[in-house]
Design a protein around this ligand. Structure first.
Ligand code: ADP
Length: 319
């Protein structure tokens, strides 16, 4: 292996830059040439490659987003698109590729491996919804952004003695809602992975009102319901006036936390090691604190499940 390439794809996540830096610097450390590919699979098909040196990734470890830009690319979902990508990789003399991205990007990476091109994935998405890894790059920053926002809303919620519904990201996974809800003492957390019961939500609100609590929070993952639907239902059942905040894309941005920078550095470096070891179809994962490589196939056979003991604990502690 002499020359490798790195790209970022799908939804961006804080810490992607730290992962790019780790891939480039670890690659150079081992005497490899490293190319950056702009705009994910789209840039791969178009041959949008640029040689990276040590200095190309200087001063980015603390920056959110991705210096390589990200894109969604329909053409890459076709066999022809994938063939074009492989041809471009070969034309540029690339021997292995690192894909930094989410679930969808890994499905794409797996297609490249099916075409015989060595590809390794680095999991980066704020949703923490990739099977096989305990955490993804960007999740820690996102939940810290959410709790920072809720702490600010808490001031106004307390002043006006109000109930707030906070809608957070998570189409298929409730991890952001779950962790932020526990970290912020929310009365109720509504996530796709746990059944929810309106009577219980109302009872929790009434209970906290009875003991004189000045504000209440309900955190809802966007995959289950939008905040305004929850607000209407609460009003219909209790008569309580609520306020809704949809945090939206604020959750994707910002400087990565120390946890995400360290995770991204470890995972990016591991991706290069896997390619050097001759692994052709693996994703990097963190399992019980260890950074490991697992075959894409094995990861996709698993299902991501948040730690539901946190859900039970949040329910007990928020009483
Ligand atoms: P994320 O990686 O954040 O989950 P997407 O699901 O949008 O983001 O996927 C990013 C890109 O990965 C898509 O635009 C497409 O180019 C590629 N991709 C996704 N799913 C597949 C698939 N089944 N086959 C080939 N490429 C795919």
């Amino acid at each position: 292996m002499k020359r490798i390439a790195v790209l970022t794809s799908g939804g961006d996540a804080p810490g992607m830059n730290a992962a790019i830096r780790a891939v480039v610097r670890k690659g150079v450390h081992h005497g490899l040439e490293v190319l950056g590919v702009y705009r994910g699979y789209s840039g791969l098909i178009q041959g949008d490659f640029v040689p990276f040196q040590l200095g190309s990734v200087g001063d980015i470890i603390h920056r959110g987003g991705t210096i390589l830009y990200s894109a969604r690319c329909e053409e890459f979902k076709t066999k022809e698109g994938q063939q074009k990508a492989v041809e471009q990789l070969k034309k540029h003399g690339v021997d292995g590729l690192v894909v930094i991205g989410g679930d969808g990007s890994f499905r794409g990476a797996q297609k490249l491996t099916a075409h015989g091109f060595p590809t390794v994935g680095v999991p980066a998405t704020i949703d923490n919804d990739i099977p096989g890894t305990d955490f993804t790059i960007g999740f820690d920053t996102a939940i810290n952004t959410v709790i920072d926002a809720i702490d600010k809303i808490r001031d106004t919620a307390t002043s006006h003695e109000r109930t707030y519904i906070i809608e957070v990201m998570g189409r298929d996974a409730g991890d952001i809602a779950l962790w932020a809800g526990l970290a912020d003492g929310a009365e109720s957390i509504i996530i796709p992975e746990a059944p929810f019961d309106w009577d219980e939500i109302v009872e929790r609100l009434n209970r906290s009102n009875r003991r004189g609590k000045k504000h209440s929070f309900i955190i809802v993952a966007e995959g289950v319901s939008d905040g305004s639907t929850v607000a209407e239902e609460i009003k219909r059942r209790t008569g309580l006036e609520t306020r809704v905040t949809v945090l939206g894309h604020i959750q994707r941005g910002g400087s990565p936390t120390a946890m995400d920078r360290v995770l991204a550095s470890r995972m990016g470096a591991k991706a290069v090691e896997l390619l050097l070891e001759g692994k052709k179809d693996q994703m990097v994962a963190i399992q019980k604190g260890d950074i490991v490589g697992i075959p894409f196939d094995e990861a996709f056979r698993m299902k991501h499940q948040p730690d539901l003991s946190l859900y039970d604990l949040a329910g007990i502690l928020a009483i």
